[in-house]
Design a protein around this ligand. Structure first.
Ligand SMILES: [Zn+2]
Length: 184
């Protein structure tokens, strides 16, 4: 398992989960369906619960793992925001794995299982948000009045809503105006 990559994906899906409004999901689920087995209120309640649980779980895990890095003296401090903690974890993935290995094979396997489970749960929630998210970033092309949007379609790229200019995650992932949003 590439632990660094896992943390990058967890961070992306965590930030996606933080952006989801259950009402939008309920609206899009109801559209075009003849019969809805649940009331929208009930569905919204359940979705909100599911999203809050996975965000809380990610926050607790990131904090815990960051403190493992702190104990191993790999980092000097733990940033308060979960999103920033996940960046720290991706950057120090090797040191974290060293710390896990020092705890023995069984203990390390438990940590890897927890990371895999967290990733799967976050992916489930992130998949709900297939809709388009408007970012605050204006297009990089001079004279284009567009702004970048993030389509929840599995691609990491953001695209200009006017000219279609594409920016990969490796680039926009460092733009604080986007990644710092509501991801505390
Ligand atoms: Zn553009």
């Amino acid at each position: 398992m590439d632990i660094c990559r896992e943390f990058q994906i967890v961070k992306r899906d965590y930030e996606t989960a933080c952006h989801i409004d259950p009402r939008d999901v309920v609206d899009s689920c109801n559209r075009g369906k003849a019969s809805v087995p649940q009331s929208p209120e009930m569905r919204e309640f359940e979705l909100r619960d599911q999203i809050e649980r996975v965000i809380g779980r990610a926050a607790a895990a990131a904090e815990y793992w960051c403190h493992e890095l702190l104990d191993a003296e790999a980092i000097a401090w733990v940033p308060p925001a979960t999103s920033a903690q996940l960046t720290v974890l991706a950057r120090n993935a090797e040191r974290l794995d060293d710390a896990w290995q020092a705890g023995g094979d069984l203990s390390r396997q438990c940590e890897l299982d927890e990371l895999a489970a967290l990733r799967a749960d976050l992916a489930d929630v992130a998949r709900l948000a297939w809709r388009r998210i408007q970012t605050p970033e204006p297009c990089l092309s001079i004279e284009c009045p567009g702004r970048y949007v993030y389509d929840m379609d599995g691609s990491d790229d953001i695209k200009c809503d006017r000219c279609g200019d594409t920016v990969p995650y490796s680039q926009w992932g460092r733009w604080h105006s986007i990644t710092g949003q509501r991801a505390a």
